[in-house]
Design a binder for this molecule. Sequence first.
Ligand code: CMP
Length: 218
Amino acid sequence: MTSLMKTIPLFSGLGDEELAVLFRYAVKKTLPRNTLLFPQGAPGDALYIIQRGKVKVVLSDVEGKEVILSVLGPGDFFGEMALLDDQPRSAAVMTMESSEFYVISKSDFRACVASQPELATNLLRHLSRRLRVADQKIGSLALMDVYGRVAGTLLQLAEYDGDKRVLTGHYTQKDIASMVGASREMVSRIFKDLTEAGFIEQDGDRIILHERPRPSIY
Ligand code: CMP
């Protein structure tokens, strides 16, 4: 396990011994798709490291309307904020597919942050990067129209498959809508426009993104 943990940026620079102390009481947890790990506002008692799968970090209102702040995957971690500032969970976290986690207790995490300057520095670097992403999101909400936000989000979520940029089937139009602060109907309309203009192409359960519109075959 320590060799796997060393590939995670949060733990880079930590030795075998420090990692062994941090993970001595770590619990492995496997959860199916669409499982709530914790709700927004709950007390925070543990840090989660994703070994396999994908989760969404979500804010929602009383009517169930939700905004997805981030989607996290293997090697990412979450749940550190409530452990650092002793405040309730800032957002809910839910699995988007079957996922596996290592769960570290608050006391082990805090003790390690206090005694390992590398861990504290890695954590600060990570939090700075997250603030940059949040700044970009605030900027796009204030400065971009919904077309730009949908296009930007698709590009951000896409992965390369050879020379193709592809979005796999794990994201529904509702997910995209919750990421860009628009209705699902609006996102559906934009998908239709982008498809007709040749910028996106449905390929089974994947979406292929094209930098330039594909010439029409008709
Ligand atoms: P915590 O507040 O303990 O519980 C919710 C977690 O979601 C939080 O810690 C972070 O780990 C994570 N989180 C909150 N906001 C964001 C964000 N904007 N981007 C990525 N992760 C976030």
